[in-house]
Design a protein around this ligand. Structure first.
Ligand code: FAD
Ligand code: YCP
Length: 388
C-alpha cells in the first residue's frame, strides 16, 4: 500500500499540457498527483483565456500528423466531459504570394489532403468583405480549423482527471526536486515521493530544472493579447462564421499576425503579434513593452477597416520559446524517470491531448506512436555543449 505522500506519478504544472498528461496517467490507472503553484484557475502562465486556434496549417508534416490524432482526442474529450471544446470556423491564411513560408504551408496542406479552399484576389472580397488583402498577397482557407475553448478545456480535463481518482493540489508550489529511483518533490506544503515525475511547468521550466542539473535554451516572452472593437457589431463575429486568421508576413511586420473572431468580449476581435519581449515569468507585469501594438495598429487600420485601430482591451500571456520553435518532449538526459514537456513556443494548445499521451507514454517507458526526434533535448546539445 502506498502512503498518502507516495505516488506512481507526480505532474508539475496544471496548464493544458500537465493537465492532459495527468489525465492520461490516471486513465492508465496510475496513482497521480497534479501540483499547481497558483490557485486554479489562474491567468499567470500560458493556458488561460477563453480561446485558441486549432489548425493543421503547418509547414512540417509531423505537426499535421500529430494534429490528425489530436482532433480525434479533442472529440473524445468533448464526449467524455459532455462539453463543447471546439468550434469550426475555418482559418484564413494570408501571405505574400511568393513567400516561402506561405507556399510551404499551402503545399503541406495539399499534400496531406487537408480540406482547403484557395481564394483569388478577385473573389477574396466576396468571401471576406471586411478584410482587405494586401497587394501581391494570396490567401486560402483551411476549412476544418477553428477555435478551442481554452478555460473550458482546463476545467473539463482537470475534472475528468479527478473523476478517475487523480489528486490536484493547487496553491502548492514545488520548491525542490531530488532525483532518484524514487524522486522526492518538496512543495510549499509538504514532501512527496514518486516513481516518475513529469515537469510541465511552462515558463517556469528552467527554474525547476536547476535542481536537476540542466538548463534548456528557453526564452520566456510576454505577449500583449489585444482585442479590437468592431465599428458595426457582428461584422467579425464567430456566429457570422468569421474565421480565425493568420497573416504569415506582410508590410507591417515580418512576424506572423493572427486573430480569432469576436467571441469572448462581445464586439471585439482578438488580434496579436506572434512576438513580444523577454520577461521573467514572476515579473511579467513589470514588462511593459508595447511596440508590438504600434505594428498591430498599422495592420488593423490597413487590413481590417471595420475595426477601430486602438485596442480596447490588452491582456498578457506568456510564450516559452525554443530556438527552432519546436517543443521539448523527452526524458531528462540524466534521469529517465523524469520527463519534460516544455517550449511550446506559442503554438502548443491544440496539441494538448496528444502531448498528454506522449508525455504519459514516455513516463511509463512505453514507445510513443510519433517520431519524437524533432522534440529531443539532444538537438540543442549539438549546438550548445554547455547545457549539461
Ligand atoms: C497569447 C497566446 C496565444 C496563443 N495562441 C495559441 C493558439 O492559437 N493555438 C495554440 O495551439 N496555442 C496557442 N498558444 C500556446 C499555448 O497556449 C501554449 O503552448 C500552452 O498553453 C502551454 O501550456 P503549458 O501547460 O506548457 O504551460 P502553462 O499553461 O504555463 O502551465 C504551466 C503550469 O505550471 C505551473 N508551475 C510552474 N512552476 C511551478 C512550480 N514550481 N510548482 C507548481 N506549479 C508550477 C504554472 O503555474 C502553470 O500553471 C498561445 C499562447 C499565448 C500566450
Ligand atoms: O498556434 C496557433 O495556431 C497560433 C498561431 C499564431 C501564433 C500563435 N499561435
Amino acid at each position: 500500500m502506498m502512503s498518502d505522500s507516495e505516488f506512481d506519478c507526480v505532474v508539475i504544472g496544471a496548464g493544458v499540457q500537465g493537465s492532459f498528461t495527468a489525465y492520461q496517467l490516471a486513465k492508465r490507472k496510475k496513482k497521480t498527483l497534479l501540483l499547481e503553484q497558483f490557485v486554479l484557475p489562474h491567468s499567470r502562465g500560458s493556458s488561460h483565456g477563453q480561446t485558441r486556434i486549432i489548425r493543421k496549417a503547418y509547414e512540417e508534416d509531423f505537426y499535421v500528423r500529430m494534429m490528425e490524432e489530436s482532433y480525434k482526442l479533442w472529440t473524445q474529450m468533448e464526449k467524455e466531459a459532455g462539453v463543447k471544446l471546439y468550434r469550426q470556423t475555418g482559418l484564413l491564411v494570408m501571405g505574400p504570394e511568393n513567400n516561402e513560408n506561405y507556399q510551404i504551408r499551402k503545399k503541406t496542406l495539399l499534400k496531406n489532403n487537408v480540406p482547403m479552399e484557395q481564394l483569388t484576389p478577385e473573389n477574396f472580397g466576396q468571401h471576406f468583405p471586411n478584410v482587405s488583402l494586401a497587394k501581391g498577397h494570396a490567401a486560402f482557407v483551411e476549412l476544418t480549423a477553428g477555435v478551442l475553448y481554452a478555460d473550458r478545456t482546463l476545467k473539463a480535463v482537470q475534472g475528468q482527471f479527478q473523476k478517475l481518482g487523480g489528486v490536484i493540489r493547487d496553491n502548492e508550489k514545488v520548491t525542490n526536486i531530488k532525483p532518484g529511483s524514487l524522486v522526492t518533490v518538496s512543495t510549499s506544503n509538504g514532501v512527496y515521493r514518486t516513481k516518475r515525475l513529469v515537469i510541465a511547468a511552462g515558463p517556469w521550466t528552467n527554474k525547476l530544472l536547476v535542481d536537476t542539473g540542466i538548463q534548456l535554451p528557453l526564452e520566456v516572452v510576454r505577449i500583449n493579447v489585444c482585442y479590437w472593437r468592431e465599428k458595426v457589431q457582428g461584422s467579425y463575429d464567430v456566429k457570422q462564421s468569421f474565421p480565425c486568421f493568420l497573416q504569415t508576413e506582410g508590410e507591417e511586420s515580418s512576424d506572423h499576425i493572427y486573430g480569432l473572431p469576436a467571441n469572448e468580449y462581445p464586439g471585439m476581435v482578438k488580434i496579436c503579434l506572434h512576438a513580444g519581449s523577454n520577461t521573467d515569468p514572476d515579473q511579467r507585469d513589470q514588462q511593459t513593452d508595447r511596440s508590438d501594438i504600434e505594428t498591430l495598429q498599422r495592420f488593423v487600420s490597413r487590413r481590417f477597416p471595420g475595426l477601430f485601430s486602438e485596442p480596447a482591451v490588452v491582456e498578457s500571456c506568456l510564450y516559452t520559446v525554443t530556438p527552432d520553435d519546436h517543443f521539448v518532449l523527452d526524458h531528462h538526459p540524466a534521469y529517465r524517470n523524469i520527463v519534460i514537456g516544455a517550449g511550446f513556443s506559442g503554438h502548443g494548445f491544440k496539441f494538448g491531448p496528444v502531448v498528454g499521451q506522449i508525455l504519459c507514454d514516455l513516463s511509463l517507458g512505453e514507445v510513443p506512436s510519433f517520431d519524437l526526434s524533432p522534440f529531443r533535448i539532444r538537438r540543442f546539445q549539438a549546438k550548445n555543449k554547455s547545457l549539461l
